[in-house]
Design a protein around this ligand. Sequence first.
Ligand SMILES: Cc1ncc(C[n+]2csc(CCOP(=O)(O)OP(=O)(O)O)c2C)c(N)n1
Length: 900
Amino acid sequence: MSDLFIQHHLDLSAGLDSDPQESAEWRDSLRAVLHAAGPARVRELMDMLSALARDPSVAWQPARGTPYVNSISPSQQPEFPGDLAIEERLASLMRWNALAMVVRANQAYGELGGHIASYASAADLFEVGFNHFFRAGDQADLVLFQPHSAPGVYARAFLEGRLSESDVAHYRQEIGARATGARGLSSYPHPWLMPDFWQFPTGSMGLGPISSIYHARFMHYLQHRGLLDTKARRVWGVFGDGEMDEPESMSALTLAAREKLDNLTWVVNCNLQRLDGPVRGNGRIIDELEALFAGAGWRVIKLVWGSDWDGLFARDITGALARVFSQTVDGQFQTFAAKDGRYNREHFFGQDPALAALAQGLSDEQIDRLKRGGHDLVKIHAAYHAAAHTVGQPTVILAQTKKGYGMGDAGQGRMTTHQQKKLERTDLLAFRNRFNLPLTDEQAAALEFVKPADDSPEMRYLHARRAALGGTLPSRRRQADALPVPPLAQYGEFALKAAGKEMSTTMAFVRMLGGLLKDKTLGPRVVPIVADEARTFGMANLFKQIGIYSFSGQNYEPEDIGSLMSYREATNGQILEEGISEAGALSSWTAAATSYSVHGLPMMPFYIYYSMFGFQRVGDLIWAAADQRARGFLLGATAGRTTLGGEGLQHQDGSSLVQAAQIPNCRAYDPCFAGEFAVILDHGMRQMLEDQRDVFYYVTLMNENYAQPSLPAGAEQDVIRGMYRWADMAVDKPVAGAPVRLLGSGTILREVIAAAELLRDDWQIASEVWSATSFSELAREAREVERFNRLHPDQPQRQSHVGRCLAGDAPVVAASDYVRAWPQLIAGSFDAPFTVLGTDGFGRSDTRAALRSFFEVNRHHVVLATLDALARAGRIDRSLCAQAIQRYGIDTEADASWNC
Ligand SMILES: Cc1ncc(C[n+]2csc(CCOP(=O)(O)OP(=O)(O)O)c2C)c(N)n1
C-alpha cells in the first residue's frame, strides 16, 4: 500500500475521524498484512469486511473514485520492450509530417480545414499501439482511430512506404489529386473513399465507440458459434474525452461488461478539451469517466502522470501532490498546460509550501517538460500491456494528455487549438526545435516532409516492429470468398406461386428466413437480429429452433420450457436479440454486414425492426455502415403510414424509403407481394454474397394480411429494376383514349388495382396497372441514362426502364403509403403528366380504411386523381370528377390538417 494512498485517505478523512488512535491501529494492521502476506490477502480481508459493512444496519457504501494518480504503480510496470529513443524520434517525425500535411493543404487552399492539435495530443498513444500492440495480418486486431487524428495515421503510412509524398501532399484533395496521379487522402477514416486502407468510419462522434463494442461482441459470437477462431484478436478504440458525451458512446458500456468483452480496449485521450473549450472545466473528466466505466463493470486504468512525476510522488511524503490534484479542476489543468514552466512553478507548485519545495530541484524548463501520462511511452506501454492481459472485463485507459502538445504558444492547451491549422514561421521553427527534427530553418518553413533513409535505424526499427506485429495497418480487405446462395425455389416457391393464399409479407419473410436457415452452406451464416420485437414479427419459433446468442448460455429454466416455442438462450445461439436498443442492433448488423471484410468471413445479417425506428432513429449509424461497405438486409417491418393501423403518429412510417433513397449504396424496395419480396431477397443475396457488390438492401415488410397472388411469369428482372406491369384493365369502348397508367407501391398497390377496376367498371376507362417495387432504383437508372445522353449527344440516345415503361403521353398516377417525395423520385424521367398521391403529414391512430381515406390514398381517391389527370389532359370532361366525388361520397371539405 503506497504512502500516497494512505495519505490520500488521511486527507479525505481529516477532521472526520472520531477515534484517530483506533484508526491508526487498523491502518497499521492492514499494512502489516500487506507486507507479510501480500495484496491478495489484503483483497480477501477487504472483501470480507466490506461484506460485513454492507449489512443494512451499517449501510456502508464504497467511495467512488480513486486519487488522481496512475492506476499502475512504477513497481508494476513491465520493462519497456522497445528502443525508447528511436520510438520517441519516430513519434516526433509522425507529429511533424501530420502537422505539415494539414498546414500545407491550408496554405494552398484555405478552405480545406483539418486538425493538428488532436493528433498532437494522441501521437504517443497511437505510436505505442503501432509499435507494440496493434496486430495486422491473419490474426489482425480491429483498430478504430479518432477521426480527426487521421493525419497521424497517414503520416505513419507515409513512413511505412504505403503512401507516397504526393499522396500526403494531397490530404483533403481527393478529387484534385487524381489529375496528378496521386491518391487523395480523405479527411477522416472513410472505407468508401479509401477501400484498401480505412476499415472503420469513425467521423461521426460516438459511432466509433458503440461500434467497437459490437464488433468485439460479434467476435465472441463467431467464436462461440464455432465459425471463426477470434480468440487471439482484440478491438482497440482510441477516442476523445469530449466524444464520451455522445449518448452512443455510453449506451453499450454495460453490455461490454456483461458479456465480459476482455477483447476490447478503449483508450480515451483525455486532453481535457473538446472543440469549444474544456470538456469539464469545473470538474475532472477522468474522475467522471472512472466512476462511469467502473460502475458499468469495466476495468479502469488511469494513466495520468508521466515517469518524471514518479520521483516527485516518491519524495512527496506529506501527500501534497495528491491533495492539490484533488482540488484542481480541468479548466485549471488546461491553463497549466497552456503556460510555461515558470508559470507552473508559481501557480501550481506555489500553491503549497511542500509542493514548492518539491519543485525546487527542477528548472523551469524541466517543469515545462513534466509529462502527462498519455505522453510517456513507457507508461502507455504499461497500461496497454495491462489491458491486453485483462481477463473477463473490457478495459478503458483514461490517458491524460495536453491538447496541441508541443505546439507551444501556437496551440498547446489553447482554447482555440482544435481549429488551428495555420502556423507562422516562428511556430514551425519552435516545433522543429521542440522535437529535434532534422530540418533546416528553410525546410521547416517550407513544411517539407521528413522521411529518413531506408537504412536508417528509425526506418529499420519501424519496419521491424510492424513485421513482428504481422504487417501494416490500417488495411482493409475488399473481398472474401463468394458464398453460394441456394436456389429461390428451395425456400421461396410458396411465395412465387402463392396463388391467392392469404398472408402478410412479414410472414412470408419469416418463412423464407426459416428456409434459408436450413441451407447447409448459407444457413449458419445467416444472422437474424431483432431489437425486442421478434414476437411482433412472428419469429418466436426461431428462439427454440436456432437459439438466442448468449455467451453464458441459459442459467435458468425458462417459464415456457415445455412449449414448442420456448425462450432458449444458448452459447451457440444464432439470433442476436439486442433488447430495446436500435443503435445496438444496428451496430450488430454492421459488424455482421462487414464481416466479409473485417474477418474474411461473409455473413448475411437480417435486421428486422419497426421501420419508423430505423433511418429516422439511427440514420447516422446506417450512413456509417454504408461508408463501411456493409452488405446485408435491413427490413423495415410494420411499414407504411396507413398499414400499421392503430399505432399512431410516432410509429407510422411514411418517410424511411425516401431516407433510404439518399444513401448511394442502399437498394430500397417497397414490395406489395410476397413473390416480389422473394425475388428481391434472392437478387440481393446474389449481389452481395456471390457478386460481392458493396450494396445493402432496405426492404419494407407489411403486417397486413391479404391474398398473395403468384408472381406473373417473367416479371423478375423488372421487379428488380423497380417496376413491372401487373395487369391491363381493358375496356371495350374506352372513353379516354389510350389506357391511363396507374402505379402503386407497397400495400397501396392493392388500392390502385381496386381503383383500376372501378375505372373500368364505373367509368369505362382503360388502364395499365404497374407495381412500382422501387422508385429509387428507377430514379437511379434514369439519372444515369439522362446523364449519358446529355454528355454524349452524338451517340444513340438511351432509354431508361421507367422511360420505356411510361413512354407516350398517357397520364400517370402514382400512389404509395409514403410521402409524395417517394414516387416523385421518378418525376422528370418521362414525358407524360404525373400525379402523385401519398401520406405526407403526421400519422393518426385509426383503422387502415380510415387512415387511407384521411390521407386520400384509397381506391376512391386514386380514381378521382385519375379522372382529374385525364380532365387536365383534355381527355375527358371535367364533370366526371364531380360525378365521382358524389358517387364515392368523397368529402371535399375533409380535414386536411395532415398538410400542416
Ligand atoms: C456527431 C458529431 N458531432 C460533432 C462533430 C464535430 N467534431 C469533430 S471533433 C470534435 C471535438 C472532439 O473533441 P474530443 O472528443 O475531446 O477530441 P479531441 O479533438 O479533443 O482529442 C467535434 C465537436 C463530429 N465529428 N461528430
